[in-house]
Design a protein around this ligand. Structure first.
Ligand code: NAD
Ligand code: DAU
Length: 333
């Protein structure tokens, strides 16, 4: 592949993926990003200009999407409205971007016969009980809980239908919770890290017993590139790195890094419909494509991530006050 278009390439995981592609392949990259509140141009700073083109545009813009898709070999589709809490307060952009945007891209790759990889989430499977030893597999039935996860589930089904009905050459991946550099301060880990940097008590939803399966964004990137280059067309691959932790455990690890007492946090009202537990069985990806996560140590990854937010305050500072004001308006501050 000479040129890969990355939708949402100025967001958290998309920008990590662009860095990974430029560092590990010879492909050029075209980023298509609407530059919503979640995007940051500086996440792409320092990359070679001759290998990277950045287009400020909407994946729902059929004319723009058509001309860009015609000019590339493959599309890796990260662009989405991604935050559950926002989707509970205004689902409308989630329906527009996650469903209509994916539809618009699919129609373009169908017209031009281009390879497509769809990036999705484990949340499409709903949640597991805390005491259930089961993990999600590619055969787990869809059962999404929030406006965010239901629009992602709908987008997955569109991709599957375009493969079957129109022969579109697509693969899909559903990944667990990512953490690492360039993650917006609205999300759990960066919200608490930046609160702690500011000397503000972290905010925990409910009792903090909900479990997430954490993976470093670099490992998500290498998995997506592996599936793009070697995955079987029409297949779905689950991506995870065996990083299950409950929220209180993550929070206590952060408090320890900052030298704070383990009870130095504020419980705040829980998220409505809050999924209990996510857990990924990524055996198919590992057995079939030989993928192995390089950063499975969550505690070491958290320490690196704290260091990154400490050293890159200019990257996040301008978003912090507005994000906390939004949480305050929602009663979660
Ligand atoms: P993010 O919110 O950080 O970034 C999303 C990017 O998409 C932003 O740059 C935004 O400007 C762009 N975007 C939004 N609407 C757009 C539109 N209409 N047209 C063009 N660009 C648009 O999200 P993220 O956390 O990096 O997630 C990226 C993808 O990975 C999403 O599809 C998400 O569902 C999926 N995913 C995320 C996680 C996670 O833990 N964050 C886990 C599994 C899967
Ligand atoms: O599982 C993959 C999903 O992970 C992705 O599809 C989503 O795009 C991504 O945002 C993430 O969803 P979550 O809702 O799990 O992530 P979030 O960072 O919002 O919250 C993680 C957990 O922390 C969740 O149980 C809610 C809790 N939480 C969150 C915030 C913001 C808190 O306890 N306090 C907080 O302040």
């Amino acid at each position: 592949m000479n040129t890969i278009m990355v939708t949402g390439g100025a967001g958290f995981i998309g920008s990590n993926f662009v860095h990974h592609v430029i560092a590990t392949t010879t492909a050029d990259v075209v980023v298509l990003d609407k530059f919503t509140y979640a995007a940051s141009r500086t996440s792409l700073d320092g990359l070679p200009a001759r290998r990277l083109r950045i287009v400020d545009g909407d994946i729902c813009d059929a004319g723009l999407v058509d001309s860009l898709v015609a000019s590339v070999d493959a599309v890796v589709h990260f662009a989405a409205e991604s935050h559950n809490d926002n989707s509970l307060h205004d689902p409308s952009p989630f329906v527009q971007t996650n469903l209509i945007g994916t539809f618009t891209l699919l129609e373009a790759v169908r017209r031009h016969g281009r390879r497509f990889h769809h990036v999705s989430t484990d949340e499409v499977y709903g949640d597991l009980e805390l005491d259930d030893p089961a993990r999600f597999t590619e055969n787990t039935p869809y059962n999404p809980s929030s406006p965010y996860s239901s629009t992602k589930a709908g987008s997955d089904l569109l991709v599957r239908a375009w493969v079957r009905s129109f022969g579109v050459e697509a693969t899909l991946s559903n990944c667990s919770n990512n953490y690492g550099p360039f993650q917006h301060v609205e999300k759990f880990i960066p919200r608490q890290i930046t609160n702690l940097i500011d000397g503000v008590r972290p905010k925990l939803y409910g009792a903090g017993l909900n479990v997430r399966d954490w993976i470093h964004a670099e490992d998500h990137s290498s998995a997506v590139l592996t599936i793009l280059t070697r995955g079987r067309i029409g297949e779905t691959y689950l991506i995870g790195a065996d990083g299950e932790r409950d929220n209180l455990t993550i929070l206590k690890a952060l408090l320890a890094i900052f030298g704070r007492d383990s009870d130095w946090y504020d419980p705040v009202p829980d998220r409505p419909g809050h999924d209990l537990r996510y857990a990924i069985d990524s055996s198919k990806l590992r057995a079939e494509l030989g993928w192995v996560p390089q950063r499975p140590d969550v505690e070491a990854g958290l320490a690196d991530t704290v260091r990154w937010y400490r050293e890159n305050e200019s990257w996040w500072r301008s978003d912090k006050a507005a994000t906390e004001a939004r949480y305050e308006a929602q009663g979660q501050a």
